[in-house]
Design a protein around this ligand. Structure first.
Ligand code: PEP
Ligand code: MN
Length: 376
């Protein structure tokens, strides 16, 4: 490991460094005459995921230049392939791309059922819908709560789609986890470490959204909070960061998606809905996310956006979602990946006039990236 020390580091600081390094099994060698670059070499024991943070936290350490010999749990070490995360028929990572779709919030059960059936027919393999909503205003609809969870449970049983739903409060984790297949940690909660610890304990898949002002490093360390507690099933979600312009609700950080695919083995999905903030930009942002390497999409869908109690302004119609799914399948095929669609997808997204069955087969069986052997 290579550290950059502050030029003000004293002999006493170097003693602290030697002590902390020694406790972690490293020997310290100062590499330059100014004594600001320190090389730590492992003498004994195995590198621990916490080694980097232990040195980073020292006041006289300006930064870690290279920690490749002490990888954190989210890190893609050389030669490490994607972690493939499976939920029901969905698979995220490797050669597999999957779609999560549904309303922003669970409103009423009939509407949820209608949306679930529509998105499933188009190829979505997970249903999203919030029963607990993090709303900017305390006076806005906060979600249907327990009734919403019950509706999700019934719709899941009826339609047979795994459910992705948000948990906001550590006290609700047990109740939400009883229904959810995937626990969503919203952007506002990314740095709620007590909540991350609670969701880690459930061993459910955790869909972790990037905070609106979180750096990629902060995002990965939030994931590390879950991984370090023994839950390896983390799905990262880029949903746009706060920008200065109003033309989109958030700025979809396409560069971060491409970067994340290089530095972590965890699957990365994109939420184009919260980045776009308006329906006509959802498809192009979805395409951009997939082109940058995302392993899936999470899209807000509503048949009557004017009636939606949350995020109606950015919802796409079921028909537009069908078109998005069709384009997603075509796009990921270009780089040797496949869109995983459920066995029961009716292929509504298939081009009009084509044989639906053969189109479905094509979507399901198009070959993955050579050598990865990932099956949907
Ligand atoms: C949501 O998914 O509806 C949501 C609240 O998203 P975010 O946490 O990204 O704002
Ligand atoms: Mn929303």
């Amino acid at each position: 490991m290579l550290l950059r020390l502050r030029p003000t580091a004293t002999e006493a600081d170097l003693e602290v460094l030697r002590r902390v390094a020694g406790e972690r099994g490293y020997a310290v060698k100062l590499l330059d005459a100014r004594r600001i670059v320190a090389e730590l070499t492992r003498r004994e024991g195995r590198p621990a995921a916490g080694d980097r943070s232990a040195f980073e936290d020292l006041a006289f350490v300006a930064g870690v230049l290279d920690a490749s010999d002490a990888p954190e749990l989210s890190e893609r070490t050389p030669g490490r392939e994607d972690s493939v995360l499976r939920v029901g028929e969905a698979a995220f990572g490797g050669a597999s791309v999957s779609l999560i779709a549904g309303p922003c919030a669970v409103e009423d059960e009939r509407r949820l059922l209608e949306i679930a059936r529509a998105v499933k027919a188009s190829g979505a393999t997970c249903l999203r819908g919030g029963a607990y909503k993090p709303r900017t205003s305390p006076y806005s609809f906060q979600g249907a709560g327990r009734e919403g969870l019950e509706a999700l449970a019934r719709v899941r049983a009826e339609v047979d789609l795994p459910v992705v739903t948000e948990v906001l409060d550590p006290r609700d984790v047990g109740t939400v986890a009883a229904v959810a297949d995937v626990l969503q940690i919203g952007a506002r909660s990314m740095a709620n470490y007590a909540l991350l610890a609670e969701v880690a304990r459930t061993q459910k898949v955790v869909l972790l959204k990037r905070g609106p002002a979180a750096s990629v490093r902060e995002f990965l360390l939030a994931a590390e909070h879950v991984l370090a507690r023994g839950n390896a099933r983390v799905l990262l979600c880029e949903r746009g960061v706060r920008g200065f312009d109003q033309v989109t609700r958030n700025v979809l950080d396409v560069g971060a998606i491409a970067h994340l695919k290089r530095v972590t083995h965890l699957p990365v999905i994109v939420d184009p809905s919260h980045a776009a903030g308006r329906p006509e930009l959802v498809l192009p942002l979805a395409r951009a996310g997939l082109a940058a390497g995302a392993d899936g999409l999470m899209v807000e869908v509503h048949p009557q956006p004017n009636e939606a109690r949350s995020d109606g302004a950015q919802a796409v119609s079921p028909a537009d979602f069908a078109e998005l799914a069709r384009q997603a399948a075509a796009l990921v095929r270009l780089d040797g990946r496949r869109l995983v669609v459920g066995k029961e997808a009716t292929g509504e997204r298939a081009e009009r006039g084509k044989d639906k069955d053969s189109k479905d087969r094509e979507l399901r069986e198009s070959p993955g990236r050579a050598g990865e052997g990932v099956r949907p």
